[in-house]
Design a protein around this ligand. Structure first.
Ligand SMILES: *Cc1c(COP(=O)(O)O)cnc(C)c1O
Length: 486
């Protein structure tokens, strides 16, 4: 763990800050103060392999707890609909500047409250920027704020006719990439591309064929559960060939882009028209979102609030500025490389113990373990692992026979434990612990005596043994080592 990220050199100051804060909170609602203490204790004592989670630095966390939360600041830097936003301007401009510099992006928008919100901003900007009507073409008007009511009438109809092509959920895509229960699957006519049935890898020729046939306005690349890198240069070629806008959602792997593990064709920023991300996953910042865009889309992205966003969370934008400043430090590149090296070690640890991995391995920050070889559903595996103190989440595998609820997979990510200081040897041990649990878990039965997809039976003693091993690993790699609450 890089000391700068955890506050270790300022352990006393950080401890004093949290002690004071908890005392102030306890004076009003002691149960909240107590739950906050307990959350730290629980996070410290659990082996967190949830691929979308991390541990932000005390500097990032402390930045969120201030009076910036009290400000309204609708609008953009220097153009607010509220008075007295000069300090919000400062922190929002800093967050955007760090984001542009870090990612080499022409334009950055720091207001989205979350990843899903960032995607809504991106969808809006693409619709506003690209949907043509005869009247618009004739007037040469591109600014939707300058349209007449008649223009809007036509535009509204045209908005409802647009198409989006994204990666399917069971291949690792995200529900905001056109999945039906999400608004992206309602507001767009949507189709999905999957992965190759034998290799489990993205098949770019198949994506291109689908794009030629479907002719989407938006081609979405990016994923939440695909354990491989993506060739974004190739995705851009496909988008260009069919006249689509390439939108990349790097919510999961932004830290690997920031840390220069993904460069060249694997770096989405130079290739995509619009890039969205969360700031709290591998990027290790506060819970929030970010949009990066080519200049052409900047003005439409800027309308995010109030078009689809509520008032900006100024305290979180301030924390984004701090986190992005951290990510510009050389130590972050070391961290990002360690995330990828550790994922490789975790995958190797599984493969040498005969486990089945979707795509046969990983070259990013996550591993998708197919637990059907243990005769288990993802649900049973997730529950058995949790009983043994290993926190994962169940996840569909491509063409999953158990559907999205029970699933046949477990998704494991390395960003959080890498922050704690785990290296390849520790991740090999983690693989051995997971294999030990799963190979000694049996599916349970339903009340009627049939096979259950949810209940399970873990052999006696396994949970205790694995918990003890995990406690050793966690003690050797403490979370927030300088932070001691009184
Ligand atoms: C996590 C994630 C999101 C959603 O982020 P929230 O902050 O939970 O809204 C969007 N897209 C992808 C690809 C993600 O992995």
């Amino acid at each position: 763990m890089s000391a700068a990220s955890t506050g270790e050199p300022m352990g006393k100051t950080v401890s004093a800050a949290y002690d004071a804060a908890l005392e102030v909170i306890a004076a009003v609602e002691p149960r909240v103060a107590q739950a906050t203490r307990q959350e730290l204790a629980d996070q410290r004592s659990s082996l967190k392999l949830i691929a979308s989670e991390n541990y932000a630095s005390p500097a990032v966390l402390l930045t969120m707890g201030t009076w910036f939360s009290d400000k309204y600041a609708e609008g953009t830097v220097g153009h607010r609909f509220y008075a007295a936003c000069q300090n919000v301007d400062t922190v929002e401009a800093l967050a955007a500047e760090h984001a542009r510099e870090l990612f080499g992006a022409p334009y950055a928008y720091a207001q989205p409250h979350s990843g899903i919100d960032a995607n809504l901003v991106a969808f809006w900007s693409i619709l506003a920027n690209r949907v043509e009507t005869p009247a618009l073409a004739e007037k040469g008007v591109r600014n939707v704020n300058e349209l007449t009511e008649d223009d809007w009438e036509t535009l509204r109809k045209r908005f409802g006719e647009q198409r989006l092509l994204g990666m399917s959920l069971d291949a690792g895509g995200h529900l905001t990439h056109g999945f039906r229960p999400n608004i992206s699957g309602k507001m767009f006519h949507q189709q999905q591309y999957g992965t190759d049935p034998t290799t489990g890898l993205l098949d770019y020729d198949a994506v291109a064929a689908k794009a030629r046939e479907f002719k989407p306005l938006v081609l979405v690349a990016g994923y939440s559960a695909y354990p491989r890198r993506v060739d974004f240069a190739r995705m851009r070629e496909i988008a260009d060939e069919v006249g689509a806008v390439l939108m990349v959602d790097m919510a999961h792997f932004a830290g690997l882009v920031a840390g220069k593990v993904f460069t060249g064709d694997e770096d989405p920023v130079p290739h995509a028209h619009v890039v969205t991300t969360t700031t709290h996953k591998s990027l290790r910042g506060p819970r929030g979102g970010l949009v990066l865009a080519q200049e052409e889309f900047a003005a439409d992205v800027d309308r995010g609030c109030p078009m689809v966003l509520g008032g900006p969370l100024s305290h979180v934008m301030a924390a984004k500025a701090v986190a992005l400043a951290e990510a510009r430090q050389p130590a972050f590149q070391t961290y990002a490389q360690a995330i990828a090296d550790n994922a490789k070690a975790l995958a190797e640890g599984f493969l040498t113990r005969d486990a089945t991995l979707v795509t046969g391995g990983t070259d990013n920050h996550l591993v998708l373990l197919d637990v059907s070889s243990y005769g288990l559903t993802g649900r049973q595996a997730e529950s058995a692992l949790l009983e043994a103190g290993v926190v994962t989440n169940r996840n569909s595998v491509p063409r999953d026979p158990n559907g999205a609820w029970y699933t046949s997979g477990v998704r494991l990510g390395t960003p959080a434990l890498t922050t704690r200081g785990f290296g390849p040897a520790e991740f090999d041990t983690v693989a051995s612990m997971i294999v030990e649990v799963l190979s000694q878990t049996q599916p349970g039965t339903t009340k009627a005596g049939g096979p259950s997809k949810a209940s399970y039976v873990l052999a006696d003693g396994v949970a205790d043994r694995v918990r003890a091993r995990s406690a050793e690993l966690l003690a050797a790699n403490p979370l927030y080592p300088g932070l001691e609450l009184g």
